[in-house]
Design a protein around this ligand. Structure first.
Ligand SMILES: NC(=O)c1ccc[n+]([C@@H]2O[C@H](COP(=O)([O-])OP(=O)(O)OC[C@H]3O[C@@H](n4cnc5c(N)ncnc54)[C@H](OP(=O)(O)O)[C@@H]3O)[C@@H](O)[C@H]2O)c1
Length: 327
């Protein structure tokens, strides 16, 4: 164990985002003094952070852009640890440079300010995109997405996260910073922020019926509160090192929409597959043994899906239709 949380000062980059907000909440709950970075801390999209329990006494927001090394230094000064969560989440080719340069700046600013430990938020997009993989293989922390395949298929998000993660490893090793990596799947669950992030936007398109058919595809999911907890568990375990897959369930999209329709039958969630003439893609398996060994338990997918939809309703991202819960 590291020193007691109550004696520690830590910084979260991208504090106002979906995952960043839950991580700030979890750290405050455990007694840490927390700094959060945002490109514009005064933007009303970050207002929810000030309302978190303990925020008044122990949270301060810093203006920083991960592309501006100098802006990161004051935020990291005197910190024991940094959680590097900030990254654009889209499939725009421009995100590649932001993710990689931003990560380089964060690791180097942390090293220059004497920060001992950095936790980097990667993505399972850095792990599973490999067409040559045996479909029966159980994916674990040794697996990497095929960068050439990501480029050929223009999957810039997966490419960016894989290269940013590799950059984090190289820079941390050069600079003597302890680095631990959390690798979450598609993250869903209750939102603390009011603006819509990319993964919840995906769910909203099914709920409001704008997505007219689902792909013959498989994805892995995890609850946002589990992702936040995973960051804290790896940070607090002195022996933690390397990658930790953070994945709750793997589902074919047909099962995903079936679950949404079962929980919320009053919404126009599509039941049509856009390419059902091809063989059904089989769900693959992941090993989350490393994270479980640190005490991690995952929220059931049904509960996360339910909380996601309620949260989308509460924040006005989907209309509230009369609710009939199947929970
Ligand atoms: N959501 C998922 O399904 C999922 C799954 C796996 C991994 N992840 C990873 O988890 C992290 C957070 O994702 P999220 O879903 O929480 O996204 P989000 O809600 O869109 O938050 C992204 C955060 O990144 C910050 N950011 C973007 N560009 C920045 C820049 N140039 N400088 C500083 N900050 C910047 C934004 O802060 P400001 O705009 O306020 O500055 C925002 O707080 C990302 O690293 C993402 O790759 C997400």
């Amino acid at each position: 164990m590291l020193g007691a949380a109550t004696e520690q000062l830590v910084c979260v980059t991208g504090a106002g985002g979906f995952i960043g907000s839950w991580l700030v909440k979890e750290l405050l709950h455990r007694g840490y003094a927390v700094r959060g970075t945002a490109r514009d801390p005064d933007d009303c999209k970050n207002a929810h952070l000030h309302a978190l329990d303990g925020a008044e006494e122990r949270l301060s927001l810093y203006r920083a852009d991960v592309l501006d090394y100098k802006s990161l230094r004051p935020a990291f000064s005197l910190c024991d640890g940094v959680f590097h969560v900030a990254s654009p989440v889209s499939n725009d080719p421009e995100l590649v440079q932001v993710a990689i340069e931003g990560t380089k700046n964060v690791i180097n600013a942390a090293a220059d300010m004497g920060v001992q430990r950095v936790v980097f938020t990667s993505s399972y997009g850095a792990v599973h995109m490999n067409p040559k993989r045996n479909p029966n293989q159980i994916l674990d922390e040794s697996c990497w997405s095929d960068l050439e395949y990501c480029k050929e298929t223009q999957n810039w998000y997966c490419y960016a996260k894989a290269v940013a993660e590799k950059t984090a490893v190289e820079e941390a090793s050069k600079r003597g910073v302890q680095l631990i990596i959390v690798v979450p799947a598609v993250t869903i669950g209750r939102m603390l922020q009011s603006t819509l992030n990319a993964s919840l936007y995906g769910v909203a398109t099914y709920m409001n019926g704008t997505k007219k058919a689902y792909p013959n595809a498989v994805a892995a999911y995890v609850d946002v509160q589990d992702v936040a907890l995973a960051h804290v568990l790896v940070y607090q375990d002195q022996n933690a090192h390397g990658r930790y897959l953070c994945i709750g369930d793997v589902l074919h999209r047909s099962k995903f929409v079936q679950m949404l329709r079962g929980l919320f039958p009053q919404y126009p969630v599509t039941a049509k597959c856009e390419n059902d003439s091809t063989p059904m893609v089989k769900p693959y398996k992941f090993s989350v043994r490393r994270l479980r060994a640190l005490g991690m338990k995952f929220t059931p997918f049904k509960e996360s899906a339910y909380n996601t939809v309620i949260s989308l309703q509460e924040n006005g991202h989907i209309p509230i239709l009369p609710h009939k819960s199947a929970l």
